[in-house]
Ligand binder design. Structure first.
Ligand SMILES: *[C@@H]1O[C@H](CO)[C@@H](O)[C@H](O)[C@H]1NC(C)=O
Ligand SMILES: *[C@@H]1O[C@H](CO)[C@@H](O)[C@H](O)[C@H]1NC(C)=O
Ligand SMILES: *[C@@H]1O[C@H](CO)[C@@H](O)[C@H](O)[C@H]1NC(C)=O
Length: 387
């Protein structure tokens, strides 16, 4: 049912009929579902659930004030409120994407028909077997991208039944692959490994993302949204841990130049490889979600977007130039929290506030490039909803 029409264009009766039927069978958006893989930028509750399964001590980022502005509780989202994936779901007219890991005995499979999220806060793209020989041991979770993909494959029969139904389900889903890979670099860099040593991981991380995308295409994926990395040189944690008189700062933003160049290196390689995938699969839509430049816009012009406390100082944390104290984490009793998170870009030093995620989502998903994915997707139904 390939159709290039959009809901707003003037079309023949037959096309309108097809469109009406599409709207009936596919809900009010382009896609029937969001399937998501990634880390804390997209986790809507998996790490929280993993923590309770393993009876481990609770991570501070699962406690208040995380989530204080959203549903008035900690859902396991690493922000004060909603994440980019939540704004995306709202825009597509879909329910918020539920975490794959649910309470024991709670049969929630039916809710996965409109979305399922495998992202786990702290997850890396690479498996521990690749990272550990390099001295990188994940303190939060071993649910790497490969593990998340395995969960997806295992759960398919209960979500969509037989193989042909599942191909159909996957083909009508918007699949968010990432952001992932940031933690592969965060752990070693924040632990003091030289950036030059961490750089050798970039091609490995990008290849892992690309092979995951190829597997998903093999399973029937037709629309993939692949985010790049954020400008980590602007994050309050990196500014606190890596900043020094010897480091170069961008005079316009105050961000660390070398770390932003590192993020751009990952992003450029990812885009080069995505182009190769597109060339091989012209029938598949692959949207590169440019988190880097969407965020840089805020770091360059924080006042324009209402971030009157500047773009660099964290809202939740401790003492210090950037409100980050490596010995006090947001979520711990001794942490301080700002009164107006909406005036900050940085929530806890690493993650952004809901207000920042809202602006980024708007800049990314209100664009003609993103909307055009919809008109060429299999359902051919126009986008509805707004941010
Ligand atoms: C959120 O929870 C706090 C503490 O439990 C309570 O004081 C506050 O009224 C709640 N706010 C909303 C909007 O429910
Ligand atoms: C990840 O796996 C390694 C062994 O490969 C283990 O030592 C480590 O504790 C695990 N990390 C978590 C957070 O489960
Ligand atoms: C898959 O299941 C659907 C019913 O849900 C059925 O109509 C279809 O024939 C099945 N396809 C195969 C290949 O078994």
């Amino acid at each position: 049912m390939a159709s290039s029409s959009s809901c707003s264009s003037s079309v023949s009766f037959g096309v309108i009929l097809v469109w009406l039927m599409s709207c009936f069978s596919y809900g009010n958006g382009c896609y029937t579902s969001i399937i998501s893989f990634g880390d804390s930028l997209a986790d809507t509750g998996n790490l929280k659930q993993l923590g309770s399964i393993s009876n481990r001590e609770v991570f501070p980022l699962l406690l208040p004030p995380y989530g204080e502005n959203f549903l008035n509780q900690s859902t396991g989202r690493c922000s004060n409120g909603r994440l980019i994936i939540d704004f995306l779901a709202e825009r597509l007219g879909l329910p918020l994407t539920p975490p794959f890991l649910q309470d024991n005995g709670n049969n929630n499979m039916v809710t996965f028909k409109q979305g399922v999220n495998f992202a786990v806060a702290g997850a890396t793209a690479l498996d521990p077997s690749v990272l550990e020989p390099r001295g990188i041991v994940n303190p939060m979770t071993n649910a790497s991208l490969g593990v998340q993909l395995a969960w997806f494959k295992q759960s398919l029969p209960s979500i969509c039944g037989n193989e042909s139904n599942c191909r159909d389900f996957i083909g009508r889903s918007l699949i968010l692959v990432g952001e992932i890979g940031g933690n592969d670099y965060n752990y070693p860099i924040l632990w003091g490994q030289p950036i030059e040593e961490v750089e050798v991981l970039v091609p490995l991380v990008v290849d892992t993302i690309i092979s995951t995308i190829n597997e998903l295409i093999g399973m029937g994926a037709k629309t993939l949204v692949v985010p790049g990395n954020f400008p980590v040189g602007c994050s309050a944690s990196y500014l606190t841990v890596c900043g020094s008189q010897n480091e170069e700062y961008d005079p316009k933003t105050g961000c660390l130049v070398r770390l932003n160049q590192f993020a751009e290196y990952h992003n450029k390689l990812l885009q080069t490889k995505l182009k190769q995938v597109r060339d091989l699969h012209p029938d598949v839509n692959i949207f590169y979600a440019d988190y880097y430049n969407a965020a840089m816009e805020i770091y360059r012009f924080p006042y324009k977007y209402g971030f009157t406390n500047g773009a660099l100082k964290a809202c939740c944390g401790g003492e210090g130039r950037y409100n980050v104290d490596p010995t006090v984490q947001c979520g711990e009793v001794s942490a301080t929290v700002c009164d107006e998170p909406d005036t900050h870009v940085s929530w806890d030093g690493i993650h952004l506030t809901e207000a920042a995620y809202r602006v980024i989502s708007k800049n990314l998903f209100s664009t003609p490039q993103f909307n055009s994915l919809c008109s060429t997707s299999t359902s051919g139904v126009g986008l509805s909803g707004s941010l």
